[in-house]
Every structure is written in C-alpha cells, then in structure tokens.
Design a protein around this ligand. Structure first.
Ligand code: IVH
Length: 721
C-alpha cells in the first residue's frame, strides 16, 4: 500500500481499486467489495482530492457517475444525463446537506423523502405514449439497450394510458429502478440451488443479471438448433423458459424524469402523480416533509421497517420537491445538489473466515459454524455464524482462511454468504467434517442413511449434549427458568450436582450447597447459598407447575417445538397419554404429522428418557394439563380459525380464550372448521372461509361466541363475502 506521505501514489491506488470495483459491480454483476467498503474507499478518494486538488483529473471516478455500457448490448444515448447521488452516512452529514441547501436558498424548501431502492437504474423513453427504449444507466450518458427484453416484463408498460389530469407528453424520458422482489429472489435462489447452480449473492445482482441477458440471441440460438434438429434443443428451451420467467419477476419503480416535452409539473411529487396516472409504477411510500425533523422521522421509520418492504433498500433519498428550486441548486458533473442519499448501516460486510468448528446440539446434531474475525454488521459485532451442515459448507464454497461476505439483516441471524474467490492466496484449506464427536470422542454417524445431518450417537452422556439439554430445559420456549443459564447448567453438571436434565427440576437447597458455583464463603469456612441460588430454587418451584406443553418442549424431543407441544398437550391433556399413544394416533393430531409422531414414539421408546420423566414426576412436576374443570366448556368439540388482528385481542389471548372454553384453534380453514374469526388484514384464510361457506365472525361476533356459545354466534356471523 502507498505510504500516506505519497498522496499521488495513494491516489493512483484508490482510483484503480474504485474503478475495478465499479467494473465488477456494474458490468459483471459480481462485486468483490461490500457496498460499505466501496463507499469508504470512495470517501477516502474524495478526501484526498479535497486536500490535494492538483490530483483531480477528469477521469477520476469522483468526476463520473460510475459504471459503463458493456459491448454486449447496443449503446443508447440518454436524452438527458443520468446522474448519481451524493451520500450521507450519518445524521450529521444529512444535517450538513440540509444546512447547505438552506444557506443557498435562504430557507429550507419542502423535501420529498423516498426509499433508495437497491436495484438497477434504468431509463425509459416513451414517444407518443409508446415505449421507444429501455436502457441501463451505463456511464450516465450512454447506456445499454435492453428494449427487446421489455416485452417480457409485465412491470414495464408498453404504452402509457392517457389520464384527464395530465396528458401524456409527445416525448417523455423517465428514470427508475428495476428490482427483483425479495420474496421472489429467495425462491429463485432456492431453485438455483436445487438445479445445482450457484445462487446469486443478492437481489440486486439477480436483478441486474436478469435484465442484462441477451434474450434475442438465445431465441436465435434455439431456432438454429431446432433447424439442425440438435439434441440440445430441450435444454435450451428450458433455459430460455427460466430466463423469461425471471424477467417476468422483475419490477420497476420510477423515481425521476429526464426529458418532458410540453407542460411540466411544478413539483417532483406532482410528476409522480402524473406518471402513476399513465400507468407507471410509482412508490406509494414517498412523503413530502417540511423540515429536517420530518426527514429524520422518515429515515428512522424505514430503519425499523427496512425488511417490511418488498424490495431491498439501502437508504433514503431526499429531494427538493419543487422543480424550479432543483434547477436553481443545479448539479455537479456527478450528482445533483438538490438531492442526497442517506445510507443505512451496512448489512453486508466482508471479514476473514478464521476457522470452521463444530458444535454438538442437544439432540446430538453436529453443526459446523464459522469463526470469523469480529466485524460490525447491521449495528452489532459478529464473530460466529452457523453453517448448518457439511452440504451447506460445500454449497457455499467457503474455505478456511477465505475472505467472506457476511450478512446480518436487522435482527436476523448472521449468515455467511460466500467467499471472495478473487482474494484467495492459495493458503486456504477445505473444511473436513470430524469423524468423532469433539466433546465425547464417540464416532459420528447420520441418524438414518442419506441424512445430511451427522449426529453424535452418545445421546445420554455426551457432555456437550447434556449441557445443551439442561440449558434447553430452562429456555424461554420451554420451562423459562431465568436463573439457569449456560454457565449454571455447566456448573451443575461439572460439579456433579445433577447427572442429567432429570435431576434439575427437583434440586434442593442441600444439593446446591455442595456446589462452589451456587455458594459463597460466609466466613469461618462456612458456605451459604448465593442470591442467585435462592432465586433458582424459587424459579424451579414455579417451573414445576408450568403448562404441560412447556414440559413437553423441555424434554428435547426432536422436531417438537412449542407448536407441536401445544397440539399434543391440547389433544392428550396428560404426558402419560402422549407416551401411550400410537404413531397413528399421534400423527392424526392437527399440527403433528408423521415425522413428529415418529420422533415422539422413538423418544418414549428409550428407557433413560422415561427415567427423566419419572424423575420429574417425583420432583412434583405437573405432567397433566390443569383442567379448568369447574368452568363451563361451551366450545367443546368446536374448531375455530383465527386470522388477522382481532381488535382487543392478542393472538395468544384469543387462542387461550377459545381453548379455555374447550374449543380447538386450528391454523387452516377446512370444511370441518366451525368458525373463522376475522380481524384486520386477514390473509387468504378469509377467502377460503368464504369459498367453503364457513361462518365468519368479526371481533363483536367473537365476543358473542365466547360469552354465549356457538348457537348465538352462528346468528351473529357475517354473511359470507
Ligand atoms: S434519484 C439525479 N431516487 O440510486 C438523481 N435514485 O446511488 C437520480 N436510486 O443512480 C437519482 N432509489 O439509480 C433516485 N428513490 C430514488 C432512488 C434512486 C434508488 C438509485 C439511482 C441512482 C443511485 C445513486
């Protein structure tokens, strides 16, 4: 790397990496830097040029919008230049921009806030209302002609419809962003994996790669092969089919106008109304705000709701709304002064994969996980991420020592996306799944032939599994024992206070007094229980009378989480009855099914598992549903489906209210459903209820059902539709 005292050398170095990164991003749809790293290098270049203006030359990346038109497509010259945007990476930078605008104008004009769509910039020209060209941005002056592909994209109107308020101009150039909707992207990547192809790194790449396909030449190839009677026809056909399907998934959101012949609107927000009136897709999330506080509110809102949007966003774009004022502020060669992009903290970063280790879970599953150089992503420091299983490691193609892309979207679990292959030195090495358990040295094996998951068969006494199981008993979804964290679980086992999870619920003060972890020196060599130990004993007493479903979750039966456990508890009401049920009886329970049924049967077939249950029984753990018994059960035998948000009720509350009265709550509407309770924003269950003509209750009808029973509720039901 160039020494800091040699700015010219550092400048050349930065120009080179920035140019290289741009070409990989724009031309090859395969970036090797994260967006955040690119932004940082770009900023350094800007700062260096500000300090040494003599270094700036016309071909510096800071003087252009980035990107270029490849030679794969015919070039199209845009009618007006397509600019880029300056970025703000903090509230301070945003405030500095608004202060500059205010200084320039005397006061701050109204501002239009929009989402910054992380897609592919496009330019559309409509002549006499018909689409003349669809082009990528290219270098901002000349883009790539992808008009041929537009006919396969329902999102791109072939013709604009007239609208009384705003006549369609004889010539109009609009700009927008083409994107791959996140949900479709996830599906596409799953398909790619299934077909044994490598998935796209992100939705933006998938979108860009999809739009920039030469569909015309593929069609021509196919025709030629057909004429020859070649055997590759079927393959080409299916590939073309897939390509067209992908094109059809692309969507567009328009966010600007280049050239507008005729009477132009006065505001950007008005232009959007006109564009929408002609049938162009405009975001309905744009808001005009009066001041910086309004902008900050918008930024904060979408910072929270970033993943509720159907496409990826990487920030918020703030624009001066009035077009005349935009004109007064003008633009640099690269970006307008009347707009700024506020960028959210990065959700994808690069870091070094230091090692791949394995963890043995509570059901014996051995999962590899990535150990990485700690890195801040989406606001928190991450140094580990699960890799699920050996297949996943192979599929991601990561080697130990690789530089990897790491993603953490909002609160979501960190995920290694894949390696930066270009950065390999040759010193990387492949991960090898251990043949023996790292915890107890037992030979590992798949539970069943063909399973991807490898397990440690020493389920009873593998220290790692034991620890995880004891820890799980205390977890929030199980018996919720706050005082029994991972360290406490380890101490109980390591000090021999508990032999396994069976011993935990009946722990006594005497037993805890034998522990170092749960006691402290009271002077004179006497040891007394710590406050935490006292707390744990109190919590254990509460845990012993938790609802049956929590006890079932605490048993660590494979595949049995809260949903299945609730179904079992509801249906059988008693753990002994669950233990005695046949696989068929178990599988018949709504919400259980054959896999879970088999896992439950297998579990109760193991003698030490039954010993755990007996130890819990002896400790006084309640192993049966506490029947309200005394209360009336007006909903006995009835099945109710709840959909949407029912006013005045949480989902759990509404479910419990039905169950307390003897009713069953089901997740799907069928002919056997007695009532469908419909709140705000109901899903497809509402439509199903209508088509199956099931009685539909609103919040008021639900109240009648609970208070007066099914007959009264049938009368209160809404007419279908
Ligand atoms: S306006 C002259 N609005 O972000 C101003 N751009 O980083 C042109 N982008 O090249 C851009 N969402 O492709 C604008 N709501 C939005 C946008 C948006 C995404 C893209 C656009 C631009 C890039 C700059």
């Amino acid at each position: 790397m160039a020494r800091p005292e040699d700015p010219a050398a550092r400048w050349r170095e930065l120009v080179e990496v920035v140019e290289d990164a741009r070409s990989r991003y724009y031309l090859h749809d395969a970036p090797t830097l994260s967006d955040a790293e690119y932004d940082e290098l770009y900023r350094e270049l800007e700062a260096l040029e500000a300090a040494h203006p003599e270094l700036v030359s016309a071909d510096s990346p800071t003087q252009s919008v980035g990107g270029a038109a490849s030679t794969m497509f015919a070039p199209v010259e845009h009618l007006a230049r397509m600019l880029s945007l300056d970025n703000a990476f903090s509230d301070d930078e945003l405030a500095a921009w608004s202060a500059r605008v205010e200084r320039e104008l005397g006061d701050l004009p109204e501002l239009l806030c929009e989402l910054k769509v992380d897609g592919l910039a496009v330019d559309l020209v409509y002549e006499r209302g018909r689409l003349r060209s669809l082009a990528t941005r290219g270098d901002g002056r000349v883009g790539e002609d992808v008009t041929f592909n537009a006919q396969f994209m329902p999102a791109i109107p072939a013709a604009l419809t007239g609208d009384g308020g705003h006549p369609v101009p004889s010539l109009v150039e609009v700009r927008g962003e083409v994107y791959f909707p996140t949900a479709e992207f996830d599906e596409l990547n799953a398909q790619m994996l299934e077909a044994g192809r490598s998935p796209f790194a992100n939705a933006r790449n998938a979108g860009a790669g999809t739009l920039r396909q030469r569909i015309d030449s593929r069609q021509a190839d196919l025709e030629a092969m057909r004429a020859k009677g070649s055997s590759t026809v079927a393959r080409l056909e299916s590939e073309l089919d897939l390509a067209l399907q992908r094109l059809a998934s692309l969507r567009l959101v328009v966010h600007g106008v280049g050239v507008w012949e005729g009477h132009e609107p006065a505001r950007q927000s008005e232009a959007y109304t006109a564009l929408a009136g002609w049938g162009l897709p405009v975001s309905d999330r744009a808001r005009v705000v009066a001041n910086l506080a309004g902008v900050q509110q918008f930024v904060a809102f979408y910072g929270e709701h970033r993943h509720d949007v159907e496409h990826e966003i990487d920030g918020v774009v703030v624009k001066v709304d009035e077009l005349a004022i935009q004109g007064r502020l003008g633009s640099t060669s690269r970006a307008p002064r009347w707009a700024i992009a506020y960028k959210y903290p990065p959700e994808v970063v690069r870091t070094r994969l230091l090692d791949i280790e394995v963890n043995v879970g509570r059901t014996g599953r051995v999962t590899p996980f990535a150990v990485m150089e700690p890195v801040v992503v989406a606001g928190s420091t991450v140094s580990m991420a699960t890799l699920h299983n050996q297949d996943e490691v192979l599929r991601k193609g990561v080697l130990i020592g690789d530089l990897v892309f790491l993603r953490k979207a909002g609160d979501v679990i960190p995920e290694v996306l894949g390696p930066v292959v270009e950065e390999r030195t040759g010193a990387e090495r492949a991960f090898v799944m251990p043949t023996h358990c790292p915890s107890c040295r037992t030979e590992l094996a798949p539970a069943k032939e063909g399973d991807v998951d490898i397990r440690c068969p020493n389920t009873r006494s593998c220290p790692s599994q034991l620890r995880e199981r004891v820890f799980h008993v205390a977890s929030r979804g199980a018996l919720d024992i706050e005082g029994l964290g991972f360290k406490a679980a380890m101490a109980l086992l390591d000090e021999g206070i508990a032999g396994d999870e069976g011993d935990v619920l009946g722990l006594t003060a005497e037993e805890l007094l034998r522990s170092r972890f749960f006691t402290r020196d009271a002077g004179g060599g006497d040891r007394v229980l710590t406050a935490n130990a006292e707390k744990l004993l109190a919590e254990l007493a509460t845990a012993r009378s938790r609802p049956l479903w929590r006890v079932i979750v605490a048993l660590s039966i494979r595949h049995v989480g809260p949903t299945a456990a609730q179904a079992l508890a509801r249906e059988f009401g008693d753990l002994d009855r669950v233990a005695a049920a046949t696989t068929e009886e178990l599988a018949a329970v709504d919400g259980v099914g054959p896999t879970i049924a088999e896992a439950v049967r297998d579990w109760f077939g193991v003698d030490w598992h039954r010993e755990v249950v007996e130890k819990w029984r002896a400790a006084g753990v309640r192993l049966a549903e506490e029947r309200a018994g005394t209360g009336p059960r007006p909903l006995d035998g009835l099945t109710v489906v709840i959909t949407g948000t029912v006013e005045g009720w949480s989902r759990d509350g509404a479910t419990a209210a039905v169950q307390e009265r003897g009713g069953k709550v089901s997740g799907s509407v069928s002919k056997k459903t007695d009532f469908v309770v419909v709140g705000d924003n109901p899903g497809s269950k509402y439509d199903k209820a209508v088509s199956l003509e099931r009685p539909i209750l609103d919040a008021a009808g639900f109240a009648v059902l609970l208070a007066e029973g099914p007959d009264a509720a049938r009368e209160a039901a809404l007419a279908p539709g």
